[in-house]
Design a binder for this molecule. Structure first.
Ligand SMILES: C[S@@+](CC[C@H](N)C(=O)[O-])C[C@H]1O[C@@H](n2cnc3c(N)ncnc32)[C@H](O)[C@@H]1O
Length: 260
């Protein structure tokens, strides 16, 4: 057989899908190492914050307080992990609950979303009750760190095969640390514990004057402390490297040990 360039092509280039993924992984890792690009992304986040950029979007008619980039990352995680339970602390208007519920309906695995909020406003509950995704959603009203709420969530998670947890309620260090202790044990092997708004640590100080969190007291400081004490979770760096614009740098945690 004549020796052509194709005979000597590296193995990965014979499979176009593998070649695509390999090239993308190389690009993602490279942009993740680009500190100037990261600084630009943080600056973009800081400069859009006064306009409440995260409030600009809806999913299936419900306001979702997230960056579209993080929503796409959650879709990728849900597809990969195929959870049959997603727990979210912090419901607000319920946009993310509806989003996760719609993803589970597409998966068709009978999965459910469990939202917890200290204050489910009447107008939000009414809109969620009337929503087509409602059959996939459960809600608990109460503090996510109250003992009875934690026990109830634990009961509901115990019969589930694959559990994913997203923390997006009160963003103080103390609260998120307590949530991490309460809900990390529910996350199943290979699944994710996503902690939103870790980016507060990368924002200028005093950016949230009407909130109890700030630089030095936020989800990122809680995650750092938590990871210092456990080897069961690690940051999935590939996610923030690909997003660049994310409210959760260092907040996409994957369970790599322990658990079920
Ligand atoms: C940032 S919003 C949640 C946004 C929502 N996850 C989304 O993606 O659209 C924060 C919510 O956390 C709730 N919250 C505050 N403190 C809480 C607590 N101790 N326990 C549970 N929820 C709490 C607030 O009532 C508010 O609705």
């Amino acid at each position: 057989m004549a020796q052509t360039a194709a005979n000597f092509a590296p193995l990965e280039h014979t499979d176009p899908i593998a070649a695509f993924h390999a090239e993308r992984a190389t690009d993602v890792a490279a942009q993740g190492r680009d500190d100037a690009l990261k600084r630009l992304s943080y600056r973009w986040i800081a400069e859009t914050a006064p306009y409440h950029y995260a409030y600009n979007f809806c999913w299936m008619g419900r306001p979702v307080i997230q960056f579209p980039q993080d929503m796409l990352a959650m879709q990728e995680i849900i597809w990969r992990v195929q959870p049959d339970l997603i727990v979210e602390t912090g419901i607000a208007h319920g946009g993310s609950l509806v989003y996760y519920a719609s993803m589970l309906q597409l998966l068709g695995n009978g999965g459910r979303v469990l939202g917890i909020d200290i204050d489910i406003r009447a107008h939000n509950r009414e809109a969620l009750d009337a929503h087509p995704m409602r059959p996939h959603i459960d809600m608990i009203e109460g503090s996510s760190i109250a003992e009875d709420v934690i026990a109830e969530v634990g009961r509901r998670a115990s019969g589930c095969k694959t559990v994913l947890v997203a923390l997006d309620s009160n963003h103080t260090h103390e609260h998120v640390r307590a949530e991490l202790d309460a809900y990390a044990p529910l996350v199943t092997q290979g699944s994710y514990l996503v902690v939103f708004d870790t980016v507060i640590e990368d924002m200028p100080p005093d950016m949230y004057p009407d909130r109890p969190w700030d630089r030095g007291d936020n989800p990122r400081t809680a995650v750092d402390e938590f990871l210092h004490e456990t080897e069961e979770f690690e940051v999935d760096q590939r996610i923030e490297d690909k997003l660049l614009i994310t409210v959760s740098p260092g907040g996409y945690l994957r369970r790599v040990g322990g658990g079920r």
